[in-house]
Design a protein around this ligand. Structure first.
Ligand SMILES: [Zn+2]
Length: 678
C-alpha cells in the first residue's frame, strides 16, 4: 500500500476544537480541503479534497503530489537535519561506526566536483569485464560478478523464504533484463507507447554519444530495443505474475543446469554462493526455456553492447552531469512528466536513504518515534483483528470449516510496529570521502552477501522489509505478518492530536488493508503458517472468486484518461484490501465509541461517521501528471488515489448512510454491480 496526510500540508488555518472522551481538544477535518460546489454523493473525492487539490499543485521536481508525498518530504527533511549535523561536526568517528558510514557516504554523494571530473570513468572497469568475454557460455562468471556488485542483468535472482516451506530460505530466479518500467512498454501498439519506444531509442543513442566511444555506435538504440522486446515477449505480464501458484516451480539444481545449459551455471552459482545450492524456485520457466534461443539469435558483440547499456543506464545518476541530465530527461521527463531535477542536497539524502537506510533509520527513530504511539496503534491492530474475526464468523457465504481455517490464520497474524529490534550491520562496508561509486559498490556487495548468507539458516523473525522512516506498510504472506514503520505513524494517517474518527479513517483503514492482504486474491492462497497451500473448500473458493471478479469489473470500468482504463485484474488485491480495510476499521471505531462514546457531538460540522470517510479521502488526496498517471496505470498495482476513494465507498452502505446518499446518486453502486466480501 502507499499513502499520505493533512496536518503537514500547512494549508489549514481554521480548526475548531471540541473536547472528546479524554477531555483533550482534538483536531477535526479542515474545511479548506473541501470543494463544497460538489455534493458528497455525486463525487466524494472532489467534495472532500477538491480544495486540497487546488491548493497543492505539483512542484516541478515531482510527477505526483499527494498528502502521502508531503509526509515523505517531511521525513526527508528530518533525515537531512540528522545528516547535516553529522557532516558539519568536527568529531572523528571510528571506521565502520554508524556515524562514519553516514557522514562519509553523504559527503561523497554531495561531492559533485569529483563526480563531474570522473565523467564515465567509474564504470569503465565494469565495461572492461564485458569486453574480455570470449563466448556467450562464459557469461556465467560475469553475470555472477554483476549480481554481487548490485547490477541488474538478464534475469532476476534473489534469496527469500520458500513459499511452500516457510521454515527455510531458497533461491528464486525469474525473468528480467528490461530497462523500461514494464513488459507492456515493449508490446503495446497504441501511438503513445510507440512514441515512448522511439524516445527510448533516441535516449540510448544520446547516452552512448556522451561516452565518446571510439567505435561506431550507429544502431545501438534499435539493437537494444530489439533485444529487450524479445525478452519482454518471453516474459509474464504484471497481471500474470500475480498468480503465486503458476510462479512457483521447484527445480532440482541438476535439472536446472541440464535444462538450461546455454550458460555455465556451475561457475555462476559457485561465484554467488558459498553454500551449495540443491534446489531453486523458478518463477517463469518459459523465460529460461527461451532465453537460450535469444542468446543465439544475437551476436556476442550485440550482447556486449546490451550489457554495457545496462551498466551505463543503471549508474547514470551517479556519473557526471551530462549523463545525469540525459537520464533525467528520459526517465523523469519523458516517462513521468517531471520537469526539474531535485537539488543535489535532496538527491544526496535520498541516496543515503536508499543505500544505508537502516543505519539512518536508527538515528531517525531515536528522535522521531514515541512508544506511546506504538501502544495506541497496537491496540488498534487488536481492535481490528477482533472485528475481522466477528465478521468472518458471521459471513453467509463461507462454510464452517473454511471459516475455522480463516480465523486460525487471522489469529496467527503477527505484527511489527515502529522499527526493527535487530539493525542490519554495515560496519564492514568501505565508505570513504569523495568515492561515491566505490561506496555504492561496497554497500551493494555487503547487501548481496547478507542475502546469500540466509541460505541454510533458520528464518530470522526479526527481519524488516522496510526501513523505519518509510511512509508505507506491508503484509508478508510467508511470515503471515503485518508491518507498520514509524514513518507512517504520523499525520494524516495517525496523530495523537487528531480525533479517533480521523485516525481510524487513516491508519485504522491501513491496518485493515494489510490484514486483508492475507485474504485477497493472492494472500488467501497462503495458510496460517505462511505456506502456499490451499485451505479453502472448493465451493467457498468459487464463491470468493465470483465476488472478487465483481471488484475486477468495477475497476475495469473506471476511465482515468481518454481511453485509458484501470487494469482491474492487476489492481484487484489492493482494491479488495482498501474495501475490506475501510469496513473493518469503520466497525472497530464504532465498537470503540460504544464503549466510550464521543459525547454525540459533531466536529467541524461533521459527524464521526462522516469524518471517518473524510479521513480516508485525505490520505489519498493527490495531483498527478498525465504521463505519470499513464505510467502508473501500467506499473502500479494500486489504483490512482481518486479511485481508491470512489471505488470502495460506492460499495459501502455505511458511507451512503453517513452522507444520506439516495439510490440515484453516483456514489452508490448499482444493485447488480454491488460487491460485498468481508
Ligand atoms: Zn496493499
Amino acid at each position: 500500500m502507499k499513502i499520505n496526510v493533512y496536518l503537514l500540508i500547512g494549508v489549514f488555518v481554521s480548526l475548531s476544537f471540541v473536547y472528546l472522551k479524554d477531555n483533550q481538544p482534538k483536531k477535526g477535518y479542515d474545511s479548506l480541503n473541501l470543494d463544497q460546489s460538489v455534493l458528497p454523493c455525486d463525487n466524494f473525492y472532489q467534495f472532500s479534497v477538491g480544495g486540497w487539490m487546488k491548493n497543492n499543485p505539483i512542484p516541478n521536481t515531482e510527477s505526483r503530489w499527494g498528502a502521502f508525498n508531503i509526509l515523505q518530504k517531511e521525513n526527508e527533511k528530518k533525515l537531512k537535519t540528522i545528516l547535516d549535523k553529522l557532516l558539519n561536526d568536527d568529531a572523528k568517528y571510528s571506521k565502520g561506526s554508524d556515524e562514519q558510514l553516514l557522514k562519509a557516504f553523504y559527503q561523497s554523494a554531495l561531492d559533485t566536483q569529483t563526480t563531474n571530473q570522473l565523467g564515465l570513468k567509474p564504470i569503465l572497469n565494469e565495461w572492461k569485464k564485458i569486453d574480455v568475454l570470449r563466448n556467450i557460455k562464459d557469461i556465467g562468471v560475469l553475470l555472477a560478478n554483476q549480481k554481487q556488485r548490485g547490477f541488474g542483468n538478464l534475469f532476476g535472482f534473489y534469496v527469500s523464504i520458500d513459499a511452500k516451506n516457510s521454515q527455510r530460505n531458497i533461491v528464486y530466479m525469474g525473468q528480467g533484463g528490461l530497462s523500461l518500467p514494464d513488459v507492456d512498454y515493449y508490446t503495446k501498439e497504441d501511438e503513445k507507447s510507440k512514441n515512448i519506444r522511439k524516445e527510448y531509442v533516441n535516449h540510448i543513442q544520446n547516452m552512448f554519444a556522451l561516452t565518446k566511444e571510439t567505435k561506431s555506435i550507429e544502431g545501438y538504440g534499435n539493437l537494444i530495443l530489439n533485444i529487450e522486446t524479445d525478452l519482454a515477449k518471453i516474459s509474464m505480464t504484471r497481471t500474470e505474475r500475480r498468480d503465486p501458484v503458476k510462479t512457483y516451480n521447484l527445480y532440482q539444481y541438476n535439472q536446472f543446469v541440464k535444462d538450461f545449459d546455454y550458460i555455465d551455471w556451475g561457475i555462476f552459482f559457485k561465484t554467488v554462493s558459498q553454500t551449495s545450492i540443491n534446489e531453486m524456485v523458478i518463477s517463469q520457466p518459459q523465460f529460461f526455456e527461451k532465453l537460450g534461443g535469444l542468446l543465439k539469435k544475437y551476436t556476442l558483440n550485440d550482447w556486449k553492447t546490451y550489457m554495457k547499456w545496462h551498466v551505463l543506464s543503471s549508474k547514470a545518476g551517479i556519473l557526471s552531469k551530462d549523463f545525469q541530465n540525459e537520464s533525467f530527461r528520459f526517465n523523469s521527463t519523458v516517462l513521468k512528466g517531471t520537469t526539474q531535477m531535485k537539488p543535489i542536497s535532496e538527491r544526496s539524502v535520498n541516496m543515503v536513504n536508499a543505500y544505508l537506510g537502516e543505519t539512518l533509520g536508527k538515528a531517525f527513530v531515536k528522535q522521531h518515534f514515541s512508544e506511546a504511539s506504538k501502544k495506541e496503534v497496537s491496540q488498534m491492530v487488536e481492535n481490528l483483528r477482533a472485528v475481522f474475526k466477528e465478521r468472518i464468523q458471521n459471513l453467509d457465504w463461507m462454510n464452517d470449516s473454511t471459516k475455522a481455517k480463516a480465523i486460525a490464520k487471522l489469529d496467527a497474524f503477527t505484527y511489527k510496529i515502529g522499527y526493527t529490534e535487530k539493525w542490519k550491520d554495515y560496519s564492514k562496508a568501505k565508505i570513504e570521502y569523495n568515492k561515491l561509486y566505490d561506496n555504492i559498490i561496497s554497500i551493494s556487495e555487503i547487501s548481496f552477501g547478507m542475502m546469500m548468507s540466509k541460505l541454510g539458516k533458520p528464518i530470522d523473525k526479526t527481519e524488516w522489509g522496510m526501513t523505519p522512516q518509510t511512509v508505507n506498510a506491508y503484509y508478508n504472506s510467508s511470515r503471515n505478518e503485518i508491518v507498520f514503520p514509524a514513518g507512517i505513524l504520523q499525520a494524516p494517517f495517525y496523530s495523537p492530536d487528531a480525533d479517533d474518527a480521523l485516525n481510524y479513517g487513516g491508519i485504522g483503514a491501513v491496518i485493515g488493508h494489510e490484514f486483508s492482504h492475507g485474504f485477497d486474491d493472492k494472500g488467501s492462497k497462503y495458510d496460517k503458517d505462511g505456506n502456499l497451500k490451499n485451505w479453502w473448500s472448493s465451493e467457498d473458493r468459487v464463491k470468493f472468486e465470483q465476488k472478487t471478479k465483481k471488484i475486477v469489473e468495477q475497476f475495469n470500468r473506471f476511465e482515468v484518461l481518454d481511453s485509458v482504463f484501470i487494469n482491474g485484474s492487476m489492481t484487484q488485491g489492493e482494491n479488495i484490501a482498501d474495501f475490506a480495510g475501510l469496513t473493518l476499521s469503520y466497525y472497530a471505531l464504532k465498537k470503540q465509541y460504544q464503549q466510550s462514546p464521543p459525547n454525540g457531538i459533531e466536529l467541524d460540522g461533521f459527524t464521526w461517521q462522516q469524518r471517518f470517510f473524510l479521513g480516508w479521502s485525505l490520505v489519498w488526496a493527490q495531483n498527478i501528471s498525465e504521463k505519470e498517471l499513464r505510467n502508473r496505470i501500467i506499473t502500479d498495482p494500486h489504483s490512482p488515489g481518486m479511485y481508491r476513494v470512489l471505488g470502495p465507498l460506492s460499495n459501502m452502505p455505511e458511507f451512503w448512510e453517513a452522507f444520506s446518499c439516495d439510490n440515484e446518486t453516483k456514489m452508490k453502486a448499482k444493485p447488480n454491480e454491488l460487491v460485498n466480501i468481508w
